[in-house]
Write a protein that binds this ligand. Sequence first.
Ligand code: PLP
Length: 422
Amino acid sequence: MKNIDTICVQAGFKPAQGEPRVTPIYQSTTFYYEKAQDMADCFDLKSSSYFYTRLANPTVAVLEEKLTALEGGSCAVCTSSGQSATMFTVLNVAHAGDNILASSAVYGGSFNLLDVTLRKLGIETRFFSPDDSAEDIEKLIDDKTKLIFTESLANPAIVVLDFDKIAKIAQKYQIVFAVDNTLVTAALCRPIEFGANVVVYSTTKYMDGHAVALGGAVIDGGNFNFKGNPRYADFNEPDESYHGLVFADLGATAFGIKCRAQLMRDMGSMMSPQNAFLTNLGSETLSLRMAKHSENAKKVAEFLSKQDKVEWVKHPSLKDNKYYGLAQKYFPNGMGGMMSFGLKGPKENAVKFMEALKMIAIVTHVADARSCILHPASTTHRQLSDKALQDCGIEPNLLRLSVGIENAEDIIADIAEALSQI
Ligand code: PLP
């Protein structure tokens, strides 16, 4: 199985003769053993059998295997939300006194997590602008820098990641490079092929695609050598809670296994079997949907860019977009359904326009089958100061539009009608 559309449908679950064709929901917190030693082996990581759903569950494992195949990684850990996936990615490599580098153009929830909550835990995030030069970004690195965190397509700033620039820095300093791939997904871009070591997801978005299941994932690229790297002492020192196991000795799965064995064990945040089932089902149509989202978004972006009442439109499919070149290079098969635009006149026009829409709904969510819209400055990003908003690339009049898979003509007709009312 090497094609993404086949992986979406077939990877993960392989029933034996007479078993259900569709992944069963193993709605059980715990698993039965006859011999105490067999269960003890699970606790010692000597056996990979299931014993408690906080650590692993067969339904969740099906989705983890599919995500691993989709991204071309070595293993994956599913989490209860995208937020916990980002948090685990950081905590797996950094602790109090360490720092990480992150693009300032990340999703507002990730920005808060990094800038406020993890800072309170003693982990400093040093933000860089995605447009900064490699030299300027390198100036932020010291021997306590444990991670570089970015988004392949930033939500909602619609900034396309310059993978080469960041991958070269990460390789030069041997720092783990993590990419949140939520908004383009493996159907359009596989970050590991461009040098990422870890891929992060909010599976809540396109992966599920129907807005029914919250979830996240951390996928280990299997391409980072922790062994002997002085930056990652935690990976090279024996973990006494696993009888002296040295995670770096696990090679390609060191990051993923440490994430599950230490963080999932101690902090929970496992994806529920029900949500794994729903996400897995949704993911079967991922590549079909991403193609349609991309096609529709291109048409909508072209329409918007010709409207007098529209001040600006950001979608990397537009030739005059700042990131057009990068998008052609990294997302040649489509750029997904996310775009942003600003209306002329006072910022109240944004709210007036949204309320005049009939089909496109005002929701916090993005990236599911239905078109939806949001004004981040007054909702998702309302906690951010004007300066922080600017750093994230969010203008006060920015409207975030998530173009769905309805017929493009109907989406455009709804927008045209609402524009006529402002
Ligand atoms: N990463 C990105 C790019 C997002 O857009 C979101 C949510 O919108 C998250 C992470 C957080 O995911 P969740 O809402 O599943 O916690």
